[in-house]
Design a protein around this ligand. Sequence first.
Ligand code: ATP
Ligand code: MG
Length: 445
Amino acid sequence: MIITLPEDVKNIIERLKDCGHEAYAVGGCVRDTVLGKTPADWDITTSAKPQQVKEIFSKTFDTGIEHGTVTVLLNHVGYEVTTYRIDGEYEDGRHPKQVEFTSSLEEDLKRRDFTINAMAYNDNQGLVDLFGGMEDLDKGVIRCVGNPMERFDEDALRMLRALRFAAQLDFEIDSKTIDAIVELAPTIEKVSKERIMVELVKMLVSDHPDRLREVVSCGLSKYFLPELDVMFETEQNNKHHCYTVGEHTMQALLNVPNDKILRLTMLLHDVAKPLVKKTDETGVDHFKTHPIVGADMAVEILRRLKFDNNTISKVKKLVLHHDDRPVATEKAVRRAAVKMGPECFPEIFAVKRADTLAQSTWNREEKLREIDDFENIYHNIIEQNQCISKKDMMVNGRDIMDLGAPQGKIIGEVLDRLFEEIVDDPELNDRDYLIIRAKQLLGEI
Ligand code: ATP
Ligand code: MG
């Protein structure tokens, strides 16, 4: 097996070797290259101690020096160079409590989570594959290095990582590994929400986000996203649907581009349905107010999982408006766009399409046509520069004050009224007209 290492990586490995140390590309980059994928980053493992690494290279950062990691900067790219180590037990955080440096590559590879992630490569030694990583890559299997029960006991996050890699690579999980996940699922509670969030996002934006089904069936999700379990238990008996809320959610994930905001929105768009479900006397299920209740639930869930405020506010808006259906006129779409706010665009169209494609085929063509119309009209509005935001009005607070209005609430009221009128008729966004109209309104108020 020959891997073509990037020049910078070769260079780092050579320099370490020239100073008498061992060094290899290791982990994800080896796995991805063997699979014919371009690795996101190249990690290097070495027998050199962090201090020695720092002495060899001119530009370095102490990324995680207490865990043996030094970032070497070469041609403006950072490479993580980590000393061979044996990990102690993982604590809540990202890293093991204590680490012990070692001079043995084998020991370093042994601490790694899965066989496919435990291979090392350099040009002199070729591929070092001590645990059957190549065979598992070939067969498409995620398997722990060593005893799965012990490995998950050391770090419970690995259970979720197994499912994440399965989703990214479309692999199956080895039976002993999956049995251990089912058995140890409750221990995921020991893991920090930040670490869980990273794996969840990687899984969501993968090509197989619907593998979340297994996160539920293994019993993992109920410790950090119990809402998803309930979604899978909720039937939807009406003409729009043919799946449980959970399965509809999986289908919606598959039908939206693999963008973090879009995938999180699809994950949570119907999260409130189990809560608001009402079955009428004919046995038909209704889910009134689910977008409103769902938007608040989405915020609570995303906060709990330590997402950033920007992500939370975007997803909240998209969940809140995922079911809005303005009639196909410019006026109605302008009003809808104002109500939804700029955070919803242009993503809302992808959200609505994915939602529709995950429903029953009843009236599907018409539903999709409605979304096309909404989108086309929205684009026309934007192309014509029609005002759908207060900041695009041809007058501002200053202008109203110059008309002699006292400072304070009244200025906002006049601007609100003018904006409403402009949204209904974009022709009115004319400075001379608006000044006259503002004077009139000041007289009235
Ligand atoms: P990605 O493509 O997502 O970066 P990766 O395999 O590089 O995938 P990282 O989380 O970047 O994953 O970790 C780099 C390597 O470190 C892994 O390939 C694995 O060998 C090891 N590793 C990372 N996290 C753990 C863990 N929790 N337990 C054991 N080994 C781990
Ligand atoms: Mg990586």
